[in-house]
Design a protein around this ligand. Sequence first.
Ligand SMILES: C[S@@+](CC[C@H](N)C(=O)[O-])C[C@H]1O[C@@H](n2cnc3c(N)ncnc32)[C@H](O)[C@@H]1O
Length: 266
Amino acid sequence: MSYVEDATKLAGETSARGQLARSVRAFFAERLTRPFFMSPRDVGLFLRSARTDRAINRMRRQHGARAAFEAAYSATSDPWGSASLRYGYQRRKYDHIVALLPSRQFRKALDLGCGLGLLSQRLTARADETLGLDVADAAIKLARAYAKGVGRLTFAQGDVLDLPHELNGRFDLVVIADTLYYLSPLKNELLKMLACRVADLLAPGGICLIADHFFFSADIDSRTSRRIHDAFSWSPRFSVVSHHRKPFFLVTILEKRGLIDAIVNP
Ligand SMILES: C[S@@+](CC[C@H](N)C(=O)[O-])C[C@H]1O[C@@H](n2cnc3c(N)ncnc32)[C@H](O)[C@@H]1O
């Protein structure tokens, strides 16, 4: 082998080895700098949320659901760590939800069980007008305070189980995140009725997105989430657009049926 051939081969090997080393470095740099989906703080948030939910269940048995959620927001102004910058989980959940929506611009969005309204705020980027409803007055007061200066966004007290009929057909997007599994008792008949009620709120072709906690079917709440998503998916009022499984929640996107729905439910 001539010196030139040798030098060329060596240069080729060096650049191949260099390329490999660069790839390995890039792989580890990306792994180390990529935010973990579940930080230790977020694990703490899950444990804290579970305590909040147990307290809500106890209070609900004695004083009813509305009082239980009012009490949760009085005990701590951020019961599920939605606004706190300490926790990343809820913010990532909101970002995923908005990113999964069909790419069109919506006219009027409804965020049912809006809590502190942080997801509602994000929906303003995708809808001309957004309304957030929550059963707890305390949540609505906080949501209004957080949304100060955000335009085209309103909040009102409202119960998923008792929505005024004046809202029917007014929305082309309804989002319900981590809310339905709080309804108790959550029988399949109630779920079927809720799917119909949500369909009533939508204009034909409108989109419903439901998102609920899901941890590998390991806990009872995950199994409840599965039942909720199945009930909405099997509702004759909707056709399924897509299902998504993220750590640690399920998202189902549905479209209100048009012509058939109009004939069956004039
Ligand atoms: C875990 S928080 C979720 C809040 C928000 N959707 C989010 O993802 O950040 C559940 C919320 O559902 C509300 N909620 C519970 N039952 C409700 C009902 N029957 N009607 C309306 N809101 C309800 C609670 O007050 C609470 O704010």
